[in-house]
Design a protein around this ligand. Sequence first.
Ligand code: SF4
Length: 179
Amino acid sequence: MAPSAPWDRAPEPRCWAQWHAAAARPEIDQELRAFYADLDRAVAGGDAVCQASGQCCKFEQFGHRLYVTALEVAWFLKQVAAAPPGPPDAPEGGGYRLPQFAETCGACPYQISGRCSTHLIRPLGCRVFFCQAGTEAWQHQLYEQFTAQLRELHERHAIEYCYLDWIAGLSAASPSRLE
Ligand code: SF4
């Protein structure tokens, strides 16, 4: 068996304290929200259209992997934990479900009934990926541009940059976030 790539190996749970602490800093929270808003504007300005098939979140079935940074995972879990109880589509603005890893079968644990239950707080990779043929070059350019901005945010705030698989990150970070 080939050795796993560094980004497939999630840091130990005890290492996540630094990213959880960073995600809790108001200035980091503010910058990440602005970063995702800028990204959404850039995506909206492109030609790609989401067919809402939900296929891309079924990683094994779709043959797709999602890579994120550990800071994104920590920030995402902070929003999940802080959300009010209730389903995401509740009229009063419900919360998010915690990951249900046992149910996922190779899919994102936040895809519920074929839809993203955490649309507003999803990471960069989810926002940029479209399965629409012919948009690959545009996606790649946008991904590179915003990944560079995310890396710069890490450097500016002296946060360790860790690039890893989404499921591996959630799995490693969740116990330390929920302790
Ligand atoms: S966070 Fe949402 S968009 Fe991203 S993989 Fe999970 S269900 Fe899909």
